[in-house]
Design a protein around this ligand. Sequence first.
Ligand code: F6R
Length: 241
Amino acid sequence: MKVSILEDYEQMSQVTAQAIIDQIKQKPNSLLCLAGGHTPLKSYQIFVKTIKDQQIDVSQCSFVSLDEWVGLDREISGSCQETLYDSVFDHLPIRNEQICFFNGLATDMAAECHHIDNFIRQHGTIDLTLLGIGMNGHIGFNEPGVNPNQYSHIVDLDPMTQRISVKYFEQPIEVKQGITLGMKHIFETKTIILIANDIKKASIVKQTMEEEATEQVPSSLLQRHPHVHVILDQGAASLLT
Ligand code: F6R
């Protein structure tokens, strides 16, 4: 794992945004998978501003969903899809056909999984996946006890994920399941960027990077991927030896 430890959240976000931009410059028709959640929000702000300021062409890129809360779609503020539209897609000249996202309201969830798996297959594989880390080590919604041999699937959310979910929504919403890319997609990604900030992530970052890789801490399985760049602020890195 390549590790970058930056002074603060702002600098962590700068380095993260630049890494996504470098990928697009190097391969303009990249397939990118960008996490929702709070950690990448500043990176996305910087990413959008840089794309605009430097007039970088994103017309050939494609974007695939990492995950979604079952029962929610883009209409709900705090859904993964809404987060990505609000922070990235709505601000850039990106066409609908460049984007393929899980619909958490789909009536046929198995078809929804096939739809995403096929979109990825048509592109070969994901070029870059940007991941945050859940407090329990989940990546996407690959929760503790994950089966590492799955592509897209429905998952029962870990109790910790259900508890923490309230931070994303303006109104009380109970979420019990997620739909997510599987570990197999994540492992087949050419480059992975894993980001974390703040001291509250320090313990899970240490487990991810320095303790034995285990399915109980899905993020720790990334130790086995050959091209992972972990980008942290000092708080998140504070327990690393
Ligand atoms: C979101 C996602 C989740 C988050 C993780 C960290 O699409 O896949 O795995 O990355 O829960 O969330 P934050 O960044 O809010 O701490």
